[in-house]
Design a protein around this ligand. Structure first.
Ligand code: HEC
Length: 172
């Protein structure tokens, strides 16, 4: 039996951006400033697959993984409307990438910047686990507006990421 279908295409609601500035969207996910999410990942020792924890914007304890951090590096129109993706300049080919920095995947981010070739590590951009002393922090959260691609990215961008952890049950 052939299912009856309406010839009129069903109107879908316009796609809401997953990432929103300002007002956190109603969601079961945690809401956190993008820079704080990256910072929590760095402070946790930048794990590739293990979950890391953070307090979200409303103070609840949450957990996320690198898989949810990665879009911040590879997606355009994310940090602000019209923003380039980081990988537009910091792509997988370290020879041609800006600052010889490959932000396209975990290995590249960990290998750092100013790499002589694809086999070598360069300058640690993760501050050896100390977020606020990292180059990444500098370029994301402070004004590097003079470097093309870095202006405006320190907006108060809030992203949905990770899930709330269950409340700890008080021990009697
Ligand atoms: C339009 C191209 C462009 C885009 C887009 C861009 N960058 Fe850069 N980035 C550069 C250039 C060029 C430099 C080198 C600046 C310098 O030499 O002072 C740099 C430097 C850096 C550095 C410092 C590396 C070092 O050793 O000095 C970091 C970290 C960095 N970018 C992260 C990012 C992140 C994260 C994003 C996305 C949010 C991003 N960049 C987007 C061009 C870009």
């Amino acid at each position: 039996m052939v299912a009856e279908r309406t010839p009129i295409p069903t109107l879908l609601p316009a796609n809401m951006p997953v990432i929103e500035g300002g007002e956190p969207a109603a969601s079961s996910q945690c809401q956190v400033a993008a820079a704080d999410l990256i910072g929590a990942w760095v402070e946790a020792g930048s794990p590739e697959t293990d979950p890391f924890q953070f307090a979200d914007a409303s103070g609840q304890n949450c957990e996320s993984t690198f898989a949810e951090v990665r879009p911040l590096f590879i997606e355009a129109n994310l940090w602000y409307s019209g923003s380039m993706s980081c990988v537009a300049c910091h792509g997988a080919d370290v020879v041609t990438a800006s600052a010889q920095l490959d932000l396209s995947n975990f290995a590249g981010i960990n290998a750092g910047s100013r790499r002589p070739d694809a086999e070598s590590n360069g300058t640690d951009i993760l501050g050896a686990g100390k977020w606020k002393s990292s180059l990444l922090y500098d370029f994301i959260t402070t004004s590097k507006a003079d470097v093309p691609g870095h202006g405006n990215i320190s907006s108060s961008l809030v992203v949905s990421s990770g899930l709330p952890l269950p409340e700890a049950t008080p021990t009697p």
